[in-house]
Design a protein around this ligand. Structure first.
Ligand code: SAM
Length: 322
């Protein structure tokens, strides 16, 4: 279910694109950022290789793209939690804190704490927020105890980096005050950014790229410490964590063509990462298509083609501590 009004969404898109324009970096700045970052969020590189600090700008761009969806999700959470009741908010696995900043806007009376393993990303979060955000470095799952209590805990695309996702949900639930809310943004839909047939190679390229990426995601998870296979039924997992599910909603991320340059650069960086991660498993034809999309000068490249768009969806699962 998505709840954006198209006009509001377009205004939001334009605003986002303007914001991104002020922050954008050339595509080649991201071209060799290895590791794993994502819209849905997964890469082929083993977890041990992840260099989150190198992905800071990429993570910021990705979060900026989702600004409209996150703002709408935060409004929903404020309604569920009762805004006045929220005195302390944690964003667990916050990265550089873009989304934590949006939560701070949505809960102006609350202390909002960005939590991450990376001191460098937390420093970016502090700088970006002009001191509005507090930060807490924590290596999870070992340091869940550092988080303190909260009325609202948000975690977006971070729990899937922990080997035992069920144990992580249980630990987060234990940090909630009675009546507090846990909101987990996981799953959703992978992005689409071109028509099914975009005139290069065999139609259906993006679906094949996604399929290869899903296998890479499983391989990444299998490499994590304490890797535990889990049927990823998030409401059921939240229930097993001792919480009471209070609804799942999905928010559209919709940036229509023609795309602003910073969104194109984000897509270029993402495709470049896919080239690194998946080249060996793609067919020669799909590799050639990927290379054509990555060509910075060609009119068919993702930086230049008029038909590129960005469409995705963010799913948020919520549950309350009894
Ligand atoms: C894909 S990013 C998500 C960033 C942000 N939540 C967002 O949605 O834009 C995952 C974040 O989880 C953090 N992370 C990964 N493993 C972690 C761990 N074991 N303990 C704490 N943070 C971790 C990374 O540093 C990174 O910032």
């Amino acid at each position: 279910m998505s709840s954006h009004q198209p006009n509001q969404q377009n205004q939001q898109n334009q605003q986002n694109q303007q914001n991104q324009h002020q922050q954008h970096q050339p595509a080649h700045a991201h071209a060799h950022a290895h590791g794993h970052a994502h819209a849905h969020g997964h890469g082929h590189a083993p977890a041990a290789d992840l260099d989150w600090d190198a992905l800071a700008a990429y993570l910021e761009q990705e979060a900026d793209l989702r600004a409209g969806a996150v703002t709408e999700a935060a409004r929903w959470l404020a309604g569920l939690a009762g805004e006045g009741a929220v005195r302390r908010v944690l964003d667990v696995g916050s990265g550089p804190g873009v989304i934590a900043g949006m939560l701070a806007d949505a809960f102006p009376a609350a202390e909002v704490v960005a939590v991450d393993q990376s001191p460098a990303l937390l420093e970016r979060a502090r700088t970006r927020s002009g001191g509005r955000l507090r930060t807490q470095q924590a290596d999870l799952p070992a340091e869940f105890g550092k988080l303190g209590e909260a009325d609202l805990i948000w975690s977006g695309n971070a729990i899937h980096h922990l080997g035992d996702q069920q144990a992580a949900l249980t630990a987060l639930g234990e940090r909630l005050r009675p009546g507090g809310l846990l909101a987990v943004a996981e799953s959703g839909l992978p992005p689409r950014f071109l028509p099914r047939d975009f005139g290069l190679g065999r139609p259906g390229f993006q679906a094949r790229l996604d399929a290869a990426h899903e296998d890479g995601f499983s391989a990444m998870r299998a490499e994590l410490p304490d890797a535990t296979e889990e049927v990823e039924d998030w409401p059921a997992m939240l229930r097993r964590a001792g919480l009471t599910p209070s609804g799942t909603r999905t928010f559209l991320v919709d940036h229509p063509a023609p795309l602003a340059r910073p969104v194109r650069e984000y897509l270029h960086a993402q495709l470049d990462r896919r080239r690194d991660q998946l080249a060996e498993v793609l067919t020669a034809e799909d590799r050639a298509t990927l290379d054509a999309l990555l060509d910075e000068d060609a009119p068919t490249g993702i930086l230049n083609r008029p038909d590129a768009f960005y469409l995705s969806a963010m799913t948020v699962h919520t549950a309350r501590r009894p």
